[in-house]
Design a protein around this ligand. Structure first.
Ligand code: ADP
Ligand code: MG
Length: 450
């Protein structure tokens, strides 16, 4: 057996054991570089991947290889080559233009750091959708400025970027060695800069940001096209970086997708750790709801929570919004609302999820995701490898665009409407039980809505 064949076996087994998203993230660009004298060496693309393998997958990989090499004593991990951050996450990412900002309750904010103490790690739920970003944040807390600098967290609206960034700040604020911490939004940074230029107080501005122990800049995508801000941010960054001071950024998209930023700044963003936050799966959504209920002392039945978690899938802010709405109406009605009323209240939320795509885009995205040709999706072939992607495409046409069953059948080799009903129902049913299918479809959706 060659190393490639052995690794393929490991990959096949791992793929069954972990989620599609994790598999795509961690096992891309890995290989066995050698196996001799009882030691198997796995080549991985980055330091962070190495750590992840050691902590999360080592035991499983060891066991799989040992089945074929009973003499195996250990498995080691080796950096493959100089890694670029894009390699890290070539998988689909969710890009959104929505510029909703969290409304702070001004009073609670610490004047010196700009941090809001309500955001902590204790009330931050971790699931597969954010575990990478969370793990990176935890490493930073242990060794600020020394492991991943900068940390660049990106993800769609309302998925917890601000919460995580502020939690990092709040936690490090307890560390006595870090005396000067600042959280700011890129937009604020920019406004302050303009003000400083106007007031001829640039020295103060520079001093303020360059003496920090920790700088957190939220929503850095706002600097797009703002040359002066970019220049100042670049120098601030360098000044802090040279002194091993930690810098954390968030953005609604990865650095390479932020338009109109200087290359030198982009390469700084990409120079540390890039971690995405995607969308929480059903169990995590439920866990978040439960944690919010106990935080806010809201009593809502398990069934309603389940219903909210299964209908509001996009982001945590919406999830919280739905919960608040339900809780408020319920208490106004003396906690007497029945299931029917609850569902009526929540209808607003589910309806408000805007659909903004086309059948063509959905079919293209499915074709890209599963790596099958569009013609193979839409013609009559019954080959096994095309059946699942085709069913997913049909399902998405129905769920995202509410197309009629006959028109869906029409698009797929003029199939009968009963075929489209069958496909949609099949996927829908599988989604109720199969979490990895859920993630798979979420990833396709990310491609659709890029
Ligand atoms: P973003 O900055 O990505 O738009 P936020 O950090 O503002 O999102 O999160 C939106 C809301 O969801 C906030 O109220 C936040 O506390 C909550 N939230 C986000 N992620 C989590 C999580 N993992 N666990 C618990 N609550 C979360
Ligand atoms: Mg935010």
């Amino acid at each position: 057996m060659t190393n490639e064949e052995l690794w393929q076996i490991v990959l096949n087994e791992m793929e069954l054991k972990i989620s599609q998203a994790n598999f795509a993230t961690w096992f891309k660009e890995t290989s066995i570089s050698s196996i001799k004298n009882g030691v198997a060496v796995i080549a991985v693309p980055s330091d962070f991947a190495k750590e992840w393998f050691v902590n999360k997958y080592h035991k499983t990989i060891f066991e799989i290889i040992k089945k074929f090499f009973p003499d195996l004593k250990t498995v080691g991990y080796l950096l493959k080559q100089q890694q670029t951050p894009q390699d890290f996450k070539k998988q689909a990412h969710f890009i959104t233009q929505n510029k909703n900002q969290l409304q702070f309750q001004e009073l609670k904010i610490d004047k010196k750091t700009n941090l809001n103490p309500k955001y902590t790690f204790d009330n931050f739920i971790v699931g597969s959708f954010n575990e990478l970003a969370h793990a990176a944040a935890c490493s930073i807390i242990q060794k600020p400025g020394q492991v991943y600098n900068p940390l660049f967290v990106y993800g769609g609206v309302g998925v917890g970027k601000t919460h995580l960034l502020q939690a990092i700040g709040n936690k490090l604020n307890q560390n006595e060695k870090l005396t000067t911490i600042k959280y700011t939004q890129a937009e604020k940074f920019s406004q302050e800069l303009v003000q400083a230029i106007r007031n001829k107080s640039m020295d103060n501005f520079k001093e303020k940001y360059r003496k920090l122990d920790l700088l957190i800049i939220d929503d850095v995508q706002f600097i797009t096209g703002k040359n002066k801000t970019q220049e100042e941010l670049f120098h601030t960054f360098n000044s802090l970086y040279d002194k091993n001071k930690q810098i954390v950024f968030s953005s609604d998209r990865p650095p390479n997708a932020i338009p109109l930023i200087e290359e030198r700044l982009r390469s700084r963003f990409e120079g540390g750790m890039i971690a995405d936050i995607s969308h929480p799966d059903f169990e995590t959504r439920l866990a978040i709801l439960k944690s919010k209920c106990s935080e806010k002392e809201i009593k809502i039945s398990e069934e309603i929570l389940n219903w909210i978690a299964s209908h509001i899938q996009k982001n945590i802010r919406e999830l919280e919004g739905a919960l608040n709405k339900v809780a408020a109406t319920n208490s106004l009605n003396g906690n007497s609302l029945g299931e029917k009323e609850f569902k009526k209240i929540l209808k607003d939320f589910t309806c408000s999820m805007k659909k903004n795509t086309t059948p063509q885009k959905i079919i293209e995205s499915v074709s890209n995701f599963y790596d099958v040709k569009i013609i193979n999706l839409t013609d009559k072939t019954r080959k096994k490898e095309f059946v699942h992607p085709r069913q997913v495409a049909m399902y998405l046409l129905r769920s995202e665009l509410n197309l009629s069953y006959p028109s869906i059948g029409e698009k797929f080799g003029k199939r009968d409407h009963t075929t489209s009903i069958h496909s949609c129902e099949k996927i829908k049913k599988e989604l109720e039980e199969n979490e990895s299918l859920n993630e798979e479809i979420n990833m396709v959706k990310q491609l659709i809505y890029v």
